[in-house]
Write a protein that binds this ligand. Structure first.
Ligand SMILES: [Mg+2]
Length: 234
């Protein structure tokens, strides 16, 4: 007998953890190191993929946007973030309730839990490792920021990977995407997934409702209520 499984896909920044200004700082240093340029035109980071951010960054600074240049930026940003690995927890915080919710869902056989984040996989890895959160997610089947500038393609990538690994078809209605920006919600809706907003970033409950979230949580601080909501919506 097979049990219907739910694929829960978490955003990282301002959903599970928060590192104020870290992304901008890493990109500024990468731009300086690789191209000897100051960061004058800061791309929008919230809810954007690292591919989108890198393309915007190069174009805004008049740098030819080839795959090779994009890869050079990625490599430098990854190196800079990796060098900060040991002190990273001191630059950020885990959001209230996140560890309890992740731990609970990780113990449920009917749930596959992973990530859909605009971060490059290597950046998601260091950000979550700083708070020992990697143990709760199946990192291998996540959708990460090198896949596309379009966030919804990250959801498709995660679903495809999860279906291949677990031998289960995750119908769109059994995929739950949780994030803090309208981009997370739009990507979920594009894919037909359940869109859960969490207002721990720059966007209010009202804004996230307005852009089409199926459910919006104020935060994750009541783990039992969050889990009930996530599993009820799927
Ligand atoms: Mg986010």
């Amino acid at each position: 007998m097979t049990t219907k499984r739910t694929l829960v896909l978490w955003d990282v920044d301002q959903t599970l953890v928060d590192y104020p200004g870290a992304g901008r700082d890493w990109y500024a240093r990468a731009l300086s190191a690789v191209f000897d340029q100051d960061l004058i035109h800061s791309p929008q980071f919230g809810g954007r993929t690292d591919r989108y951010i890198t393309v915007q960054l190069l174009e805004a600074h008049g740098i030819e946007c080839t795959d090779e240049q994009v890869e050079r930026v990625y490599a430098k940003v990854i190196a800079i973030a990796g060098a900060e690995r040991d002190g990273l927890a001191g630059l950020g915080r885990i959001l209230p309730g996140a560890v309890e919710v992740l731990r609970d869902l990780a113990d449920r056989p009917e749930v596959v839990q992973s990530l859909v984040t605009g971060n490059l996989a290597e950046l998601a890895e260091v950000k979550l490792a700083a708070f020992d959160l990697l143990r709760y997610v199946d990192f291998e089947v996540g959708g990460y920021g090198a896949v596309s500038a379009d966030r919804h393609e990250l959801i498709a990538a995660a679903r495809t990977a999860a279906e291949a690994k677990y031998g289960t078809v995750f119908a769109p209605g059994s995929v739950v995407v949780i994030g803090d920006t309208p981009h997370d919600i739009a990507a979920a809706r594009h894919h037909g997934a359940v869109a859960v907003g969490v207002a721990t970033g720059r966007h209010s409950v009202e804004e996230l409702v307005e852009c089409g979230a199926d459910v919006v949580l104020v935060d994750l601080s009541d783990p039992a209520a969050v889990i009930a909501t996530l599993l009820r919506t799927a």
